[in-house]
Design a binder for this molecule. Sequence first.
Ligand SMILES: [Zn+2]
Length: 95
Amino acid sequence: MQDRSMAEPLAEKDFQKFIDHLKRKVKGGAVPPCPICGTNGWGASGPEGLVRFEKTEPRAVAHGAFPVVTLICKNCFFTHLFAWIPIEQEAKKNV
Ligand SMILES: [Zn+2]
């Protein structure tokens, strides 16, 4: 059985889109250290996995499933998720 503890790394073209997105959106242009362990080594993977939202309560902001890019701390494996579709749409606008 394939080890699925870490997803596939981002393809080069998607990696560049993701890095450009972070540079535009993150204060100071660089990803801050991990909020859990304080180290600063991140790995990015995806876009794959689907985040599913089920409308189980009225305040739910989304319903359905969408692809995400994950940013994973290489030390403690704390994970951030970024919705991929708006990042890709933004990249097309900025070409
Ligand atoms: Zn960490």
